[in-house]
Design a protein around this ligand. Structure first.
Ligand SMILES: [Fe+2]
Ligand SMILES: [Fe+2]
Length: 148
């Protein structure tokens, strides 16, 4: 086992997976409805799992009393996650009504900005601030959900 546990490394790996899936979805929206629906279902599932993990397993462990300075980022993250969830809900409705999803590109740009924010500002801070024991618990939860 490695001695240093990194939430950043695990979540970055999952970000890469999500980025590949949205690229695939973008390509499939230029093909046919069925390929698009298939790509959407996979993308949605993985992204919802990812956000669930962040909100229920990772950010909940972040105690503002430990690190007051970094606490401001939580409301911003929640706001961005709400936008992501709303977009997924709208797209799910499109798919249900057999409509083609459009403007995947601008959502992709949002997702990339969001992931960069987490990778640069959020996860390094958490890795630094959380006690090893706490990190091990979080990593175990991440592995339950987002890893293949
Ligand atoms: Fe996120
Ligand atoms: Fe993330």
């Amino acid at each position: 086992m490695n001695t240093q546990t990194s939430i950043l490394a695990l979540m970055t790996k999952d970000h890469c997976k999500i980025e590949e899936l949205i690229n695939d979805l973008e390509a499939k929206t230029k093909e046919d409805y069925n390929s698009m629906r298939q790509a959407f279902n996979i993308f949605e599932w993985e992204l919802e799992k990812h956000i669930f993990t962040e909100e229920k397993a990772i950010f909940t462990s972040y105690n503002p009393e430990d690190v007051s300075e970094g606490y401001k980022m939580l409301p911003e993250l929640t706001k961005q996650h709400n936008f992501i969830i709303n977009t997924l809900n709208n797209w799910r409705e499109d798919v249900r009504k057999r409509r083609m999803i459009n403007d995947v590109y601008s959502f992709k740009e949002f997702i990339i900005k969001h992931k960069n924010f987490e990778e640069e500002k959020v996860y390094p801070k958490l890795d630094e601030a959380l006690p090893e024991e706490e990190k091990r618990n979080i990593v175990a939860k991440i592995n339950e959900i987002v890893q293949k």
